[in-house]
Design a protein around this ligand. Structure first.
Ligand SMILES: CC(C)(COP(=O)(O)OP(=O)(O)OC[C@H]1O[C@@H](n2cnc3c(N)ncnc32)[C@H](O)[C@@H]1OP(=O)(O)O)[C@@H](O)C(=O)NCCC(=O)NCCS
Length: 158
């Protein structure tokens, strides 16, 4: 993978993703998650089902990041179902912008997600955003790694 850095002026932009992003999101999932990458049918679902917030970060025509959030209205919370930035573009603020933009669109009182216990970068980011550990799902992921369930309670109007 190239050691790509964003140049000044080569700013990324955040847009709503559509089914036309199927192939690019499939590639991004494989690059970001390796063994946890979703199969193509799940990716099609996150790009087409209702009550999903789906945002992509793009540079030129390239999708460099994506976040998908399931609005579970009957349970009064939103669930971050997938969130990744291509390795070559990580640690440059794209994940922060995706999560910030997404949170502003969520009108439910809680936001939740699960994350591998060893995923230090993601845990640091979520902690910065005020997410707190509320549950552990033992052996949840492939390789029998625990999932930490994190949650953030929204302050109305913020
Ligand atoms: C988690 C992820 C989306 C973050 O995206 P990103 O664009 O790199 O995030 P940002 O550049 O906005 O970083 C924001 C903060 O996250 C934390 N962070 C990000 N990468 C980190 C790393 N490699 N090590 C430690 N902390 C890290 C830092 O606190 C960082 O703030 P700082 O740069 O001011 O110190 C990205 O690392 C990723 O795609 N990982 C693989 C997929 C994944 O694990 N997704 C989450 C599943 S729950």
């Amino acid at each position: 993978m190239d050691d790509t850095k964003l140049e000044p002026g080569s700013d990324f932009r955040i847009q709503t993703a559509t089914w036309r992003d199927l192939i690019n999101l499939h590639k991004l999932e494989k690059a970001c998650f390796e063994r946890d990458a979703w199969p193509i049918w799940d990716i099609l679902g996150v790009l087409t089902f209702s009550n999903i917030i789906r945002l992509k970060a793009e540079i030129g025509q390239e999708m460099v990041g994506f976040i998908g959030v399931d609005l579970r209205i009957s349970q009064a919370h939103a669930w971050i179902v997938t969130f990744g930035v291509l390795p070559a573009y990580q640690r440059q603020g794209i994940g922060t912008t995706l999560l910030e933009t997404c949170e502003k669109k969520i009108y439910l009182p809680k936001i939740k997600l699960s994350v591998r216990r060893s995923n230090t970068p993601a845990l640091a980011l979520y902690k910065n955003f005020g997410y707190q550990e509320v549950e552990v799902w033992p052996n949840y992921y492939q390789g029998k790694e625990d999932a930490l369930v994190l949650e953030k309670t929204r302050v109305p109007g913020v």
